[in-house]
Design a protein around this ligand. Structure first.
Ligand code: GDP
Length: 436
């Protein structure tokens, strides 16, 4: 419970050991006692106390830890509600922390990211944002703008001083520097998106080339963490696989696994469908056979995409190799594997890392943005910087230039939530789970 009355409500249902008075209990302590409905003991519990402003929400807060189990928890919850508490909305605790000024919007959003993280890297990025590194960078950029803004205001207010030229060169320097910093952040979203969403990967190939064998080889990797969820297209299942730090989102692997019947095995049409929405296409061929008409159709699908060709079954006598002209026309990334014997799988991972520059990202030290709302606002402020520069080139008066610069400040303030509208706040917190 959080809020002004939470200890009052607690007092009605909780009996601390030794009958200690609720108001005498210190913040940051845990008390043992019983939850009671009148004279009836519901459970033995531990209650954590947080006195304002030293709590997650900055309000008075308490947390009741019971033995668990649905019945007891439900009874305690109902007791709280009957005595004046209201059920929290999704994300309401974090929303209060934001509205009360303990954290900014970026930090609040990172709480969701940490909760939903599917990989260690994603969780780490979330934690760093929770600690406020993005907020600090935005604050520094804003300060750089504000410092110049002060001079502009002076120049506007006292036109008799001839400060225009100095100011203009100051503004231009500032705009260039700020643009550099924002462009770096904007670019980091490429990596951020990969960390958060994974590289959307389609495994394609005609029946019997070894797609499900490859899938098994990938999923059997000791360190692969698999999370399954519904895909964006109807009836597809997506799996998030995290192999040695490479986050892959496999598209419709269920299609590959479930299609046991030979006739139903995923073929050309299905390949086309799943490849169309992928960031990475892994096209498999059976190296023991010459390329067939169907194989050529697969190559056609894989053309002009980020494609890695796998020549499978190299444990057997091969009829095609990596020098095959048709293959080379599709991509330079051609790897020989044996899915069944787990040969060449590491080479595949290395090729993916190389293709998506995963080795170049310093996940621990680089500033990486992962949130599309932040990315859009950063792009918008870069646009506004361009507009401001144009207005300078067109010799616009200072007060007009000042208006453009204020727009940039506004975009940045929207990121950390200083000026954000209620609608946006509600939208953001609706994504939370209950009780966070
Ligand atoms: P899919 O239809 O593309 O999913 O192909 P499967 O993974 O079901 O494989 C078809 C057949 O090829 C199966 O009998 C596999 O055991 C076999 N196979 C797959 N990979 C290899 C390999 O690397 N070497 C050998 N010798 N057989 C393989």
């Amino acid at each position: 419970m959080s809020g002004e009355d939470c200890f009052k409500i607690l007092d009605k249902i909780f009996e601390p050991k030794n009958n200690q008075k609720i108001e005498d209990i210190k913040g940051y302590t845990i008390k043992y006692g019983t939850i009671k409905n009148g004279n009836k003991i519901i459970d033995e519990v531990l209650v954590s106390y947080f006195k304002k402003p030293k709590s997650y929400t900055t309000e008075n807060m308490c947390e009741i830890n019971s033995h668990g189990g649905n019945i007891i928890v439900k009874q305690i919850l109902e007791l709280c509600l009957r005595n004046g508490a209201e059920l929290a909305e999704p994300g309401e605790f974090t929303k209060r922390a934001f509205l009360n000024g303990r954290i900014d919007l970026v930090q609040a959003e990172s709480v969701i990211d940490v909760i939903h993280a599917k990989s260690e890297k994603e969780a780490n990025t979330g934690i760093k944002q929770l600690e406020g590194w993005l907020s600090k960078e935005i604050a520094q950029i804003k300060k750089e703008i504000m410092d110049v803004m002060v001079n502009i205001e002076v120049a506007i207010d006292y036109p008799e001083y001839d400060v225009d030229d100095v100011t203009i060169s100051q503004i231009t320097d500032m705009l260039n520097s700020v643009e550099d910093r924002l462009l770096k952040l904007e670019k980091s979203f490429d990596s951020g998106k990969i960390i958060k969403e994974g590289i959307k990967t389609a495994i394609i190939g005609k029946p019997n080339v070894g797609k499900s064998s490859l899938l098994n080889a990938i999923l059997k990797q000791e360190r692969a963490i698999v999370t399954e969820y519904e895909g964006t297209t109807r009836d597809t299942i997506e799996e998030f696989v995290n192999i040695n730090g490479i986050p892959l989102k496999l598209v419709d692997t269920a299609g590959i696994r479930d299609a046991k019947d030979e006739v139903e095995k995923i073929g050309i049409n299905k390949s086309k469908e799943i490849a169309s929405e992928a960031d990475l296409v892994i096209a498999i061929f059976d190296s023991t056979k010459e390329l067939s008409k169907e194989d050529k159709e697969i190559l056609e699908i894989a053309k002009n995409k980020n494609t890695i060709i796998l020549l499978n079954k190299i444990d057997l006598q091969s009829k095609i190799d990596e020098n095959n002209e048709l293959l080379k026309k599709t991509t330079n990334s051609i790897i020989k594997i044996s899915a069944l014997n787990h040969i060449g799988i590491e080479d595949l991972y290395e090729e993916i890392s190389r293709m998506f520059n995963l080795n170049e990202i310093n996940f621990d030290n680089d500033l990486i943005i992962t949130n599309v709302r932040h990315k859009n606002l950063i792009s918008k402020s870069i646009e506004n910087i361009k507009k401001t520069k144009e207005s300078i080139q067109n010799n616009m008066p200072l007060d007009i230039i000042a208006i453009f610069i204020k727009d940039i400040l506004e975009d940045l303030a929207n990121i950390t939530g200083e000026m954000v509208t209620e609608d946006i706040i509600n939208e953001i917190f609706a994504k939370f789970c209950l009780g966070k």
